[in-house]
Design a protein around this ligand. Structure first.
Ligand code: PMP
Length: 365
C-alpha cells in the first residue's frame, strides 16, 4: 500500500520548505574546505552570538538535566517589560516559525481561507495548507504587499491574514501609516499576523507603533524573532504579542516545553544586549551599501531592501547559483517563489560580502 495516501490530500499537496544549504553539506558535495565557504543564504547574524547570550548559555548548561520553564516566566517578563505589556500578552515560540504555525493550528479549520501576498514568506502557505485551510495569494505590487488588493481579497471564509514587514525574500516595507489604514479596514473577526522578523534593522521612524496598534486592534498578532538581529537562529526562539485571549487560546495548542532552556536563557540575555544589537544594525547597513554598490557597478538590478538581505535579478539565476556554489558561496535560490531570475543574498561581514562580490563578478565575465 502507498503509505503517503494515508495523509489527507491537503497535506500531500504541500511543497516542502527549502532551507538555505548548510556549510557542511556544500563542503561534502563539492569537496571544499568548510573554512573557505561563505554562507549568505539564511539571513543569519554575521556577528555570531551576542556576548551576553554566550555567558547566559554557559551558566544555563548545568541545569540541562531539568525541563525548561514551560511558562517561560523570565523571558516573558523581560519581553513584557520591554514593550510595557502584560505577560499574558506574550507568547513564546520555537522560533517565530513556531508562532506562525501555532496561530494557524489554533484558529484555522478546513474550509477557512487565509490571505497573504505573492512573494511573501514561504511558511505562510505551508502552515495554512497543513490545517486544510485554503490559501488566497494576492498579486504583489512592485514585489511588495498590495494592501488594497489584500483587503479586497478577504472573503467571508477568511479567518487570517499574514503580513510580512519587512518582507522576506523581497525586503519590501509597508510604512506605518499604510499599515494603520490597513488594520482599520480589516474586519474585526479576521486575525492579522504582522510578522516583524526584521524590524530591528529599521530606522525608528519606519517602525510601526505595535504597542499602540495592539491596544486598538484586538485581532492583531505581532510576531518577532531572536534569529536575526539578536543572533540566536540556531537556538530557535521567537515570540508574539497579542491580546491575552488570543495568547491563552494558542497556549492550549502549544507543546508545554516548546522553547528549550538554553534558548530561554540566551534570549533573556540577548534582549538587553543593546551594544550587540547596535553593532548588528551598523554592520548590516555597511554591508547593504557594499552589496548594492556592487550591483549598481555590475549593472544588476536589485529590489531595495529594508532587511538584512537583498534580492537581485540576473538573466540565469540557476546557472549563477550553481557557479556560486561551485566557488563556495551559498546564496538563496528564489525558484520556490517563482522568481526564476532572482537570487537573495544575506548581508555578511565585510570580507564575506567581498568574497561574494568577487565570485559574482567572475561569473559575469
Ligand atoms: N518570518 C520571516 C519573514 C522570516 O524571514 C523568517 C525566517 N526566515 C521567519 C519568520 C522565521 O524565523 P525564525 O523561525 O527563525 O524565527
Amino acid at each position: 500500500m502507498n503509505l503517503a495516501e494515508l495523509a489527507p490530500d491537503y497535506i500531500r499537496a504541500i511543497a516542502p520548505y527549502q532551507a538555505g544549504k548548510p556549510i557542511s553539506e556544500l563542503a561534502r558535495e563539492m569537496g571544499l574546505d568548510e573554512a573557505a565557504i561563505v554562507k549568505l543564504a539564511s539571513n543569519e547574524n554575521p556577528l555570531g552570538l551576542p556576548p551576553k547570550a554566550r555567558a547566559a548559555l554557559e551558566a544555563a548548561v548545568s541545569e540541562l538535566s531539568r525541563y525548561p520553564d514551560g511558562n517561560g516566566f523570565e523571558l516573558k517578563a523581560a519581553i513584557a517589560a520591554k514593550f510595557g505589556m502584560n505577560q499574558e500578552q506574550v507568547l513564546l515560540g520555537n522560533g517565530s516559525n513556531d508562532i506562525l504555525e501555532l496561530v494557524a493550528r489554533t484558529f484555522l479549520r478546513p474550509g477557512d481561507s487565509v490571505v497573504f501576498s505573492e512573494y511573501a514568506f514561504a511558511v505562510y502557505p505551508l502552515v495554512t495548507q497543513a490545517t486544510g485551510a485554503r490559501c488566497i495569494e494576492v498579486k504583489a505590487r512592485d514585489y511588495g504587499h498590495d494592501l488594497d488588493a489584500m483587503l479586497a481579497a478577504i472573503e467571508p471564509s477568511t479567518r487570517l491574514v499574514f503580513v510580512a514587514n519587512p518582507n522576506n525574500p523581497t525586503g519590501t516595507l509597508i510604512k506605518p501609516g499604510a499599515l494603520l489604514e490597513f488594520l482599520e479596514a480589516v474586519p474585526a473577526q479576521v486575525l492579522v499576523v504582522l510578522d516583524e522578523a526584521y524590524t530591528e534593522y529599521l530606522a525608528l521612524e519606519l517602525r510601526a507603533d505595535i504597542v499602540g496598534f495592539l491596544s486598538r486592534f484586538p485581532n492583531l498578532i505581532v510576531s518577532r524573532t531572536f534569529s536575526k538581529a539578536y543572533g540566536l537562529a540556531g537556538l530557535r526562539v521567537g515570540f508574539a504579542l497579542a491580546s491575552s485571549e488570543i495568547v491563552a487560546m494558542v497556549n492550549r495548542v502549544r507543546q508545554p516545553f516548546n522553547v528549550n532552556a538554553l534558548a530561554q536563557a540566551a534570549a533573556t540575555a540577548a534582549l538587553v544586549d543593546d551594544d550587540f544589537l547596535a553593532r548588528a544594525v551598523a554592520v548590516n547597513k555597511e554591508g547593504m551599501a557594499q552589496l548594492t554598490e556592487a550591483f549598481v557597478r555590475l549593472g544588476l538590478p536589485y529590489i531595495p531592501s529594508f532587511a538584512n538581505f537583498v534580492t537581485f535579478h540576473v538573466a540565469d539565476a540557476a546557472a549563477l547559483n550553481a557557479y556560486l556554489l561551485r566557488h563556495g558561496v551559498i546564496v538563496r535560490s528564489l525558484a520556490p517563489y517563482n522568481m526564476k531570475n532572482s537570487l537573495r543574498v544575506s548581508i555578511g561581514l565585510p570580507q564575506e560580502n567581498a568574497r561574494f562580490i568577487e565570485v559574482l563578478e567572475s561569473a559575469l565575465l
